[in-house]
Design a protein around this ligand. Structure first.
Ligand SMILES: Nc1nc2c([nH]c(=O)n2[C@H]2C[C@H](O)[C@@H](COP(=O)(O)OP(=O)(O)OP(=O)(O)O)O2)c(=O)[nH]1
Ligand SMILES: [Mg+2]
Length: 339
């Protein structure tokens, strides 16, 4: 069996949430790809000692505080690397490309736009996932799915059950009754610290939202130059959509359907393996959508989901508060492929 090459890698974090990326120079494997600074651990050296040495050699800084974050293996065609990732929160000196390499301080959304080493995509997704509401459970609120008198009570109950994130799906200008309900929803959400994302803000400009949520179709209509206001996420069904969403600076994507779902009986479910493969190769955190019950949350998470998105499981439940709580609890007590 070929041996595994151990590598120590540092995610330097500036106070505003930016992290440092560097461009691999010519003459090394994968020139022209972005990475996090670091390098091979020498024989007899600990990962932490290698980190300190590599960041001194590559960036001219002295690490003062670093904590282990994740250990992950990645098989390149020529070699398998074991990345020991550290978060570096304090250092002395001004980081600069001491070996002539370009460095940049970037928001996690902008990391996802660069060509990074393939092993790093789930790492970037992990950094973006930290910006999601907690628990990473999103309720897609579609007013067409419920009698109008039931929508606001169901959403309010779900928030009481721990829901912290709603995507409001408005297909058209709401009538007066719905409009009043949505504005009230905005107030309740603000009081409870719940994030509301809208998929067509023009339908209800008075509602203050935290972000934009696009359909795959809406994303396809944006040119490559992007300019989509942030934060935003996209409902994707395939790898092309995930790639474009990442290139345009999305913060997350829904990927569906993971399981068969009554709401879209014609859509072929992706299944766990296809979902896991897309999660491995995307630099966006993926929320599993489609047929997710609280019992299936653990499986979705094992497949690499960074969260789950739900419609009927909460909205059509007889007790939306208990259902929201059950999803949140299922998330908290499960774990992902990286632990
Ligand atoms: N430094 C670093 N290496 C990474 C990352 N992601 C990733 O797959 N790798 C792989 C690429 C390389 O095969 C290996 C690390 O090698 P390196 O080229 O940085 O090693 P080094 O600094 O010791 O360089 P050298 O002395 O051998 O030239 O790990 C990452 O984010 N940072
Ligand atoms: Mg290096």
């Amino acid at each position: 069996m070929p041996s595994i090459i151990p590598v120590a890698t540092g995610i330097l974090q500036a106070p505003q949430g930016r992290v440092l990326a560097d461009l691999r120079p010519e003459g090394k494997p994968w020139p022209g790809y972005w990475e996090f600074p670091g390098g091979k651990i020498e024989a007899g050296e600990s990962p932490a000692a290698a980190l300190v040495r590599e960041l001194r050699e590559e960036l001219g800084i002295e690490v003062r505080a670093a904590s282990p974050w994740r250990v992950m293996d990645f098989a390149y065609s020529q070699r398998t690397v074991r990345l020991h990732l550290f978060r570096v929160t304090n250092w002395e000196g001004e980081a600069h490309g001491r070996e002539g390499q370009e460095i940049r301080w970037l928001d996690p959304e902008d990391l996802a736009r660069l060509p990074f080493l393939p092993a790093n995509r789930p790492i970037i997704a992990g950094l973006l996932a930290e910006k999601l509401p907690q628990p990473p459970l999103c309720l897609i609120a579609d007013p067409q799915r419920l009698p109008s008198g039931q929508l606001l009570p169901a959403l309010t109950a779900a928030m009481a059950g721990g829901l912290r994130w709603i995507v409001l799906r408005l297909k058209e200008q709401p009538d007066r009754t719905l409009r009043t309900q949505f504005l009230r929803l905005g107030e309740v959400a603000a009081e409870r610290g719940v994030q509301v994302f809208l998929n067509s803000p023009e339908a209800l400009p008075e509602l203050r939202s935290h972000g934009l949520h696009l359909t795959q179709r809406a994303l396809e209509e944006w040119g490559e130059e992007g300019g989509i206001p942030r934060p935003f996420g996209v409902s994707c069904h395939d790898a092309d959509c995930l790639d474009k969403a990442a290139r345009l600076g999305a913060g997350y994507a829904f990927l569906s359907p993971l399981f068969a779902t009554a709401t879209h009986p014609d859509a072929r479910p992706l299944g766990m393996d296809a979902f896991a493969a897309l999660a491995q190769s995307s630099s966006l955190p993926l929320l599993a959508l489609g047929g997710i019950t609280p019992e299936r949350v653990a499986a979705a998470r094992r497949a690499g989901a960074a969260g789950v998105a739900v419609l009927s499981g909460i909205l059509e439940s007889r007790d939306p508060a208990a259902s929201a709580h059950a999803y949140g609890a299922a998330w908290m007590t499960s774990s992902g492929p990286l632990g």
